[in-house]
Design a protein around this ligand. Structure first.
Ligand code: ATP
Ligand code: MG
Length: 534
């Protein structure tokens, strides 16, 4: 463990190997022929630590004492730079809600540099909300405490759930106010500001490639792609002189993206703003903005108020949107492959569909504890269940967690059979005869199917509990932590972080955090609907 932040070892490859912007003044502009612009974080008045994630600190070799020190707060609020840091914001573009938006870039994210730890792993440190950059367009480069707490808690919760994600080292309140019109309805308010330090092996997005192709800068496109393959995908050991290197790389991105989406569907995470600038090349969940967790299972649900009309980013549409986004990435690298490789590129894109389909089946088998996917019969079992879950308001997390507890003996009465599931229902009056008849029928089929799978009961339950979390960052829980934090009380943020470290464990003393959404949270801002304002 390091005792001094100056002992961190930096090796900033992105900056060293790719061309940077020749302009060094921090003015908003279009940046050509460059992958990044050097820019300093804006100092803040009174930074205070809200929380830090000890696992992230650990792999960066930062001791708990160091994380609670004044030096830590000064560095991770952007007030003080370490000697080997090379702060910069990167240039990317993207499709937002399906339309090409041109240059976006790190408008409020500043990479400090890449730390290499004792294991030789490279981790980029990135401040989000550390002030304007050349890519800030008309916005202020800042972030508010509420959105920063949501980003911090959710990235860590996702990691502990086993979902590929960017990580968060710390969230620091700046002691300054940031003006936001939360619902874009002409009611701006001063809110406390904050900065999250995100950590990932790389923050490269689909949009980093797209912007270069859009500008026909194929020389830099090739350089960035070669760099990415050599650095971020080094373990693939691709030979860059081989004709298939780019296709092999793209296949890997498709696989990783499919794996990530399967995880989202498994835990009921809805990203809310799956624009191509929010898609990580490494298949990591990135940009925790107007995301939400499914409470009642609903394929049509989107947490993002900006998306309420079209519902492009609804839960049930995430797999299709990921495919669409990958198609945009395919378009971006197409000029490097040429027409003679178009058919192969298209075929590679289809690996996403296969990987997703297969991953989904395995995921459902695990969630239901079936042992193995049994073709059409299991498909029907799954689709019937999905219909049932949507027929009445059913809490997804509680339902799947409790499914492991239903009695298996055929002579168990209907009442006994649904007893473990009753907690999952939001409106008891919806459980009418018609619904119950269907539910019992499904449960009987499920019982029969489980018996046929012939697994020892305890083993099956353990397997199911390992994929059906008991604790997720329920929207209202995050909001409760935010309400307290805005009063200067950070205990609930830290308590939630602690509970979410072990989402699959029973944690009997923490039951309250597994409770379904209370009625007060049904229509409250921040609980059931989120705006992009952050
Ligand atoms: N307050 C802000 N100041 C400057 N730029 C911003 C601000 N909010 C968003 N942007 C920029 O607008 C674009 C789209 O925003 P989006 O909400 O997807 O990202 P974000 O939440 O800022 O960041 P990230 O994707 O890095 O998590 C990005 O280029 C982002 O940097
Ligand atoms: Mg974004």
């Amino acid at each position: 463990m390091l005792t001094d932040l100056e002992q961190l070892t930096f090796d900033n490859r992105f900056v060293a190997e790719l061309p940077g912007d020749t302009e060094t003044i921090n003015t908003r502009r279009q940046v050509y022929n460059a992958c990044y612009s050097k820019v300093l974080p804006t100092p803040v008045k009174r930074p205070t630590l809200v929380a830090y994630a000890r696992e992230v600190a650990e792999f960066l070799q930062l001791s708990p004492e160091l994380c609670c020190s004044e030096a830590f707060v000064q560095v991770f609020s952007g007030n003080q730079l370490l000697p080997d840091m090379q702060p910069h914001a990167t240039c990317y573009g993207g499709h937002q809600f399906g339309s090409w938006a041109g240059q976006l870039g790190d408008g409020r994210a500043i990479n400090l540099g890449d730390v290499v730890n004792q294991q030789g792993q490279r981790w980029t440190l990135q401040l989000k909300g550390a002030g304007p950059t050349p890519y800030s367009r008309t916005a202020d480069g800042l972030a508010v405490l509420r959105s920063s707490i949501r980003e911090f808690l959710c990235s860590e919760a996702m990691h502990h759930l086993g979902v590929p994600t960017t990580r968060a080292l710390s969230v620091i309140a700046t002691g300054e106010y940031v003006v936001r019109d939360m619902f874009y309805d002409g009611n701006p308010k001063a809110e406390p500001g904050a900065i999250v330090c995100r950590v990932a092996p790389s923050f490269t997005r689909f949009g980093h490639f797209q912007i270069l192709t859009a500008r026909k800068d194929l020389t830099l496109l090739k350089r960035l792609l070669d760099y990415t393959i050599a650095t971020d995908f080094a373990e693939l050991k691709l030979d860059l002189s081989s004709e298939t290197a780019y296709l092999d790389w793209f296949a890997e991105v498709c696989q990783r993206t499919a794996a990530m989406i399967v995880h989202w569907q498994r835990v009921g995470f809805v990203h809310g703003v799956m624009n191509t600038d929010n898609m990580s090349i490494l298949g990591l969940t990135i940009d925790y903005g107007p995301y939400g967790w499914l409470e009642n299972y609903d394929l049509n649900w989107t947490p993002n108020t900006t998306d309420a009309g079209e519902r492009r980013y609804r839960y049930g549409n995430q797999p299709a949107i990921a495919f669409w986004n990958l198609a945009q990435l395919a378009n971006a690298i197409y000029p490097l492959l040429g027409e003679e490789r178009l058919a192969e590129l298209q075929a590679t894109l289809d690996t996403y569909k296969r990987a997703y389909e297969q991953g989904w089946q395995v995921m459902m088998v695990d969630k239901l504890g079936l042992g193995m996917f049994n073709g059409e019969n299991d498909m029907t079992l799954c689709t019937d269940l999905i219909e049932l879950l949507q027929a009445v308001e059913t809490d997804m997390t509680i339902f799947f967690r409790r499914l492991a507890l239903i009695p298996l003996h055929a002579d168990a009465s209907d009442e006994l059979l649904i007893e473990p599931l009753l907690d999952a229902y939001y409106v008891k009056e919806q459980l009418d005869t018609a619904y119950l008849t269907q539910l019992y029928a499904w449960l009987r089929q499920y019982q029969t199917r489980l018996k046929a799978s012939d697994q020892p009961l305890e083993q099956r339950r353990q397997r199911m509990n390992a994929v059906n979390p008991k604790y997720v960052l329920r929207n209202y829980l995050a909001q409760l932590a935010i309400d307290k934090a805005e009063q200067g009380d950070y205990r609930l943020v830290n308590e939630l972080l602690e509970v979410l470290r072990r989402p699959y464990d029973e944690q009997a003393e923490q039951e309250t955090y597994a409770a379904k959404r209370p009625d007060w949270a049904r229509q409250r801002a921040g609980c059931s609907m989120l705006s992009c304002s952050s």
